[in-house]
Every structure is written in C-alpha cells, then in structure tokens.
Write a protein of this length. Structure first.
Length: 431
C-alpha cells in the first residue's frame, strides 16, 4: 500500500484554521469553491492550475434530534455529515477530484475502477467533465443499485459487468490496470484518500473547529476510515488540533472482515508491525471456503478490504472500535434518518445503527458529541427504500427476508384509495 506523505516544512499551511473558512466567500473562484480544495495546503500535491473540480464537498453537518433520540443520545449530541450532497450523490467525489487531478498530472489516457456503484458514478462524472481520459468501470453482476449503474452509463463510462461480486471485480481490475497501464481509481490509490481527508476538515469547520468525541463511519473497502485517521494524524502533527476524536467503524454483519480481525482476532496496528501472518491466514481460509459478502447495504458488501492495514493505523491514531450491525438494524436506522430529515442509502445508515449499538453498550455516553457520516444519497438505491416502506405484517419483500429483515417497524407505505373524493378525504382525516 502506498501512502502520500509531505514534507510539511516546505508547505505554507495557514496558521489559523479560520483562514480556510474565509475562502468560502470567494464563490467565483473554482478552487476555493470546492469543499476539498479550499483546504489545499492540507493535501498539497497539485498546482492550482492542475486541479480538476466540479464544486464537490459543498456538504453539510446537521444536528438531528430525532436521530439522536433514536440512538439514545441527548439532544444536540448527534450530528449527520451529509455527503450525499456531493455532485454524484456520494462521498466518493471528495476522493475522485483528487484522483482525477493526479491522473491528468501523470498523463493517464484511461482510468478504471471496480465498484459497488458509487465509485463508478463518481469516476464517470469526473472523466466526462475533464475530457482528458476515458473510463472503464467494472461491476459485479446483479450487485449494483440501479441509481448508481444509471449514472455510470449516462456519463459515458464503458461498463464491464463481470460474473462475480465486488471483491472479484477489484481483483480483476487491478490485474487489468497493471497489464494495460491503466490508471486505477479505487481507494487503493492513495491520492483518493487525500481528497477524502477533507470530509473531516469540513466536520471540524462546521463544529467551529471543536473536536467531537466520536466519528462513526460505515466500513467497506475502508478508504474513508483510513483517510480520516490520516487527516487527524496530520492535523495534530501540524498543531492545528490538540486532541483526536475516537473513531467507530461499522461493518455490515454479512461483510464483517474488519470486525472479525480487529475485535475478535485482536489484530492491532502495533507501529506498523501488525500480525500479518494472522490476517493472511484469515484471507486464505476465506478463499478456501469461498466465503462471500452478503448484505442489503450493497455499497459495503466487501469481504477483502484493500485498506485493511491503513484502517488499523487509523484505529490506532483514533483509539477506535469496530462493530457489526445486521441488515435489520441498518434498514431501521435508515428509515429514522429519512424521517429525521436527511435521506441516505442503506450503507450510510450503518453509521447511525452503529452509534445506537455503541450507546447501548455504554461505549458512547449519552452526552458525547457524535458525528455519523452519511456517505450516500437516498436516491442511490430506491429499491431498498421502497421494499422497506411497502412492508406489511402480512407481506415482506423476499429480498429483505433473505437478508434477515423480517419486520419494518418504521415503514411508511403508500395507502391505496379508490378514486373517490369522500374516501380520499376520509383517509386524509385519519392521519
Ligand atoms: C455509500 C457508501 N458508503 C460506504 C462505503 C464504504 O466506504 P469505504 O470503502 O471507504 O469503507 C461506500 C463504498 O463504496 C459507499 O458507496
């Protein structure tokens, strides 16, 4: 795994974090307008005129009391960082602006990624805006939500649907990139993680540069969590913050490799000397048994996270914990996030389900300030949303039940009424 490291002595980092904020008023300046490049001195690998941006990172942090109550936290203690507001509808744009910039810097003519959907949507939009390189995306068959697939197709990416899941697609795209000299845009690309650090810069900025107690993030390929750990490590090193929040990474139960390795096998970063033999044995056994990830939160349906080692570093830096949540917990939390004002896709709601779980365990206190990252927009996966809300006591969607979702306590299904004014009014009055 490659890591980007800077010689900070040679970077003119603003002395006050507020200097980044001031750039916000400069709305006509494309680089200041970006919620990633506004912080460019903290990811200083490109010149201003090399940056490819579409105004990503105009996202917001919002306290949500309904969601706080659901998770068992006090009012004003739970915040949602809404990364679904990005141009392609997910956090991936934070990383893809950085990877696309680097791709053009090194003269790439073709870029590629494997994707559970959001990475491909994001790469496709940057390629269509930059018009400097072509894109090939690899997706597993039947494994991608339609909202996401439609984006890749519409932005003109060549889409290769291979028989297999995300883990298969990623293994193949890495081979293809090596063999064909194609620029790889999965989060194994360290420049992507540089862009994703900015999610934490914006969280801190929104909290008036006060460090929260917890950051809770869904874990799939573990790029976000790795980037967040690096962001806090560097901010502390630069003297821009004086303490580091705790990090909770939340796996879906059906894709819980990190949970198993960190919480059950007890593997720790240990200054970089983590127990490689134990993790290699784990993955070898996984291959021998052909164990496949399976969750309705398709964005995190990943069993072989490429950023495993970097996430161990992040957990070390942030005194972190890892938890697993069921698809039932994820979809219930998702419905609460939606009803609380900011819709998200299933994977994102793992963060809220995880915060609730950690509160019930007493790991998170009810007065802790907790930031849950909503990684993707609600419209990415409407099938999951409609299936949950259409559930009744008599009928549950088969796809839900096959993933252990047997009830929908927060469903809000459509009410069927005859086309008759009196009957419609009767129904409305019954609300
Ligand atoms: C919506 C959403 N949430 C979470 C993740 C997982 O993020 P990471 O791979 O950085 O752990 C993804 C990755 O595809 C995603 O699309």
């Amino acid at each position: 795994m490659l890591d980007v490291s800077y010689n900070w002595d040679q970077v003119q980092v603003p002395q006050s974090l507020r200097d980044f904020e001031k750039r916000w008023s400069n709305r006509n300046h494309p680089i200041d307008f970006s919620g990633v490049w506004r912080f460019r001195e903290l990811l200083p690998f490109a010149q201003d005129d090399q940056i490819i941006t579409i105004g990503e990172g105009q996202t917001m942090l919002k306290a949500s009391n309904p969601v706080a109550q659901y998770a068992g936290l006090n009012d004003d203690c739970l915040y949602l960082q809404y990364e679904g507001l990005n141009p392609s509808g997910s956090f991936k744009d934070n990383g893809m602006t950085a990877a696309s910039t680097h791709a053009v810097m090194v003269g790439a003519k073709v870029a590629a990624c494997a994707s559970t959907g959001n990475t491909s949507a994001s790469l496709a939009v940057y390629a269509s805006v930059a018009q400097k390189f072509k894109v090939v995306v690899f997706v597993g068959s039947g494994k991608i939500a339609f909202g996401k697939l439609s984006q890749a197709l519409d932005y003109g990416a060549k889409t290769v649907q291979i028989q297999g899941d995300f883990d298969d697609a990623l293994a193949r795209v890495r081979e293809v990139c090596n063999q064909e000299g194609i620029y790889l845009c999965n989060s194994v690309n360290p420049f992507r993680l540089e862009g994703q650090k900015s999610i934490m810069f914006r969280v801190l900025e929104s909290l008036n540069w006060e460090v929260p107690d917890w950051i809770v993030v869904p874990g799939g390929n573990l790029g976000n969590s790795s980037a967040f750990g690096k962001a806090f490590m560097e901010l502390k090193e630069l003297g821009l913050i004086d303490r580091i929040p705790r990090l909770a990474i939340i796996n879906a139960q059906g894709a819980n490799t990190l949970y198993q390795l960190y919480e059950q096998e007890g593997i720790r970063w240990n200054g970089g000397n983590y127990d490689r033999a134990a993790s290699t044995d784990f993955f070898t056994q996984m291959d021998q048994e052909n164990r496949r990830a399976s969750t309705l939160a398709s964005a995190i349906e990943i069993n072989r996270p490429v950023n495993f080692s970097k996430s161990l570093r992040a957990l070390d830096v942030c005194n972190g914990v890892v938890r697993e949540v069921t698809d039932q917990q994820i979809l219930d939390a998702k419905a609460q996030v939606g009803a609380g004002g900011l819709g998200c896709e299933p994977a994102s709601a793992a963060s809220v389900a995880g915060a609730k779980l950690l509160k019930s365990e007493g790991v998170i206190a009810s007065s802790d300030r907790v930031v849950c990252i909503l990684t993707g927009h609600q419209l990415k996966d409407p099938n999951a949303t409609v299936a949950y809300h259409s559930a009744t006591d008599e009928h549950m969607d088969e796809k839900l039940t096959s993933h252990g979702v047997n009830k929908a306590p927060f469903s809000n299904g459509p009410i069927v009424v005859e086309n008759d004014l009196d009957k419609i009014i009767k129904v409305i009055r019954s609300f």
